[in-house]
Write a protein that binds this ligand. Structure first.
Ligand code: MRU
Length: 344
């Protein structure tokens, strides 16, 4: 976002834009304690895989600052609950665990407590900077896949709000547009929390990129009418074989894209790859509260007592994905080899 920072370190606290209030209100809140950071992640005030990773890194740096001891052993013992609280905030986006692992490694390798605290902050700042760089680079690779005059469908929000940076799926679209290509976007509403309707359209309107909002169940209609040239989505966790967890509904869009022979692309930094998981079946899927489905903006939309299932993510099998766009290059089938090659 050109006009403001999604996450800002203020020395003894973190300032974020509260994404639950968008698009009606641009409200910034200050998080003064690591528990508040964990709660903000849980409540989706901060959301999107890379954004959650950056927030968790700053959250750990914030928690570390308040530990008062001169002993490294004591410091490490007190840092553990900070890390555990942050890592228990949401289960699916691997960027959270990736960032905390990096931060814990830095803490372990330090010697003096004051020096470790400074290094933790420096590492969080590095994670943020590297993430932005990765977003730009993958967007450049991705833009090559977008012909001039394309209409792109995207699901959920994988822009600046979701990354605290340039964006992944929306980064690709923004880059293509900056290169002078004419690009139009169909944004799905993204039930139940409306990240597409509230956030993607808000971002794209700010960027002056033409966007049309559709409900999730309209995707097939517009594909069948020949209105969509390709699909680009972000990811919360990609297994070693390319199976990709992303916002619930992504799988359905991918199946529809296959039926209509429309290319389906995933754009994500390599921090979203979980090479420790052989397939997507092993990705933990977050289950959210029933009220997110039965209530809309404080108004009940379903009868009291109705049973609800609400998985926040689904897994799109690698066979439905035409390419995975990362900052290290574009991977294609067979993903087990092409994704592993990104790390060589
Ligand atoms: O529940 P959310 O809003 O955190 O889910 C976000 C998504 O599914 C995004 O598509 C994904 O994190 C990629 S963000 C670049």
């Amino acid at each position: 976002m050109k006009d403001f920072k999604i996450i800002e370190w203020l020395g003894d606290r973190i300032r974020i834009i509260d994404q639950t209030k968008l698009p009606h209100e641009e409200v910034f809140i200050e998080l003064c304690d690591y528990r508040e950071v964990a709660d903000a992640i849980k409540e989706l005030r901060i959301r999107g895989a890379p954004d959650i990773g950056v927030a968790a890194a700053y959250g750990l740096a914030l928690g570390a600052q308040t530990i008062e001891t001169g002993s490294k052993d004591d410091f490490m013992a007190k840092l553990r609950p900070v890390s555990e609280t942050l890592s228990s905030s949401r289960p699916t986006a691997v960027n959270l665990f990736w960032a905390l692992e990096r931060m814990n490694r830095v803490a372990k390798s330090g010697e003096e407590v004051s020096q470790i605290k400074a290094e933790l902050l420096a590492e969080a700042q590095r994670i943020e900077a590297e993430n932005d760089e990765a977003n730009h680079r993958l967007s450049e690779f991705g833009a090559e896949l977008i012909p001039n005059g394309s209409t792109v469908l995207t699901h959920c929000n994988a822009g600046s709000l979701a990354t605290a940076a340039y964006g992944t799926a929306l980064g690709v679209i923004k880059k293509a547009s900056e290169q002078g290509k004419r690009v139009k976007v169909y944004a799905t509403e993204t039930r139940p929390l409306l990240q597409g309707a509230r956030l993607t359209t808000w971002e794209l309107l700010k960027e002056n990129i033409p966007v049309i909002l559709i409900t999730d169940n309209m995707a097939g209609y517009f594909m069948n009418k020949g209105k969509i040239d390709c699909v680009i989505v972000g990811a919360d966790r990609i297994a070693a074989n390319g199976d990709t967890a992303n916002k619930i509904g992504t799988y359905g869009v991918a199946v529809l894209a296959k039926e209509h022979k429309i290319p389906f692309y995933v754009a994500a930094p390599t921090s979203t790859l979980d090479m420790s998981l052989a397939t997507g079946d092993l990705i933990p899927i977050e289950q959210r509260g029933a009220e997110e489905v039965t209530e809309k903006f404080g108004k009940r939309t379903a009868p009291e007592g109705v049973k609800v299932y609400s998985p926040a993510f689904d897994v799109t099998p690698a066979r439905l994905i035409d390419a995975i766009i990362t900052e290290k290059g574009v991977a294609r089938v067979p993903y087990t080899e092409s994704l592993a090659a990104l790390f060589e």
